[in-house]
Design a protein around this ligand. Sequence first.
Ligand code: ATR
Length: 273
Amino acid sequence: MTDQYAVIGQPIGHSKSPLIHGMFAEATGQDMAYRAIEGSRESFRAQLDEFRASGGRGMNITAPFKLDAFAYAGRRSERATLAGAANALKFENDVVYAENFDGVGLVRDVTHNLGCALKGKRILMLGAGGAARGALLPFLAEKPALLLIVNRTLSKSSQLVSEVRSDIPLTSSGYGDLAGQHFDLVFNATSASLSAELPPVPATVFANCELAYELAYGKGLTPFLRLARNAGVKRIADGVGMLAEQAAEAFAWWRGMRPDTRLVIEKLTVPLG
Ligand code: ATR
């Protein structure tokens, strides 16, 4: 029987996951079906129960259910636990496993697709919400020289930093403390770009910056990327590669083989302008 997979979110119409996993399945010859399910806040758990009961093997989870999916799972990976959120579930026998591949997908995109090492680099991450939480452990595993997390609401970034034990210098501060500081890599993990806003980051952080990366996908040249480009950053990128790589990680977790992401990235790339 064809193995069943799905992505659940609300709204779900915009999701690229069925297209991505359809391309992966075709390229690898896997006998699987992947569909989109419009989630309901009232009956999310019942929807998952029903999908599992009908033979579902795994799911991707998107907004606003990543926290609910984490709570639903019986076994959670370390990075899902730090994020407090799951973007992928696997159903095996009666066990529900939770994973969060957003951060590993991001690291894979930066190091492998963009050819930019994180090791020994000075990294600035803007934001301390779910996206930043997901990226934290995979970033630290690359052994950067330092990682600074900056957030509007200081208590959130200091809380996040306090939850992690790290040999790498890991600190938090406010946007006001960025004056005079330079970074090799700057990541925008805020949700500001979704409403075409600019986090209050001074352009001076980009002096000597080799890559400015917007975790959001499909928004073109966001105010953050425009600021970086105008400040002279040679390399700017959005989250299309991260989207493809997190999907490839989930696919590998479910199916035991990692698909190539090149065609998916080519198909989904939206020009940055
Ligand atoms: P996500 O899952 O996308 O990370 P989230 O958990 O709601 O979403 O977190 C949103 C992040 O974007 C937060 O760090 C938020 O900052 P606050 O914690 O201070 O609210 C940040 N954010 C959203 N809009 C922003 C803006 N206009 N400028 C700076 N930061 C912004």
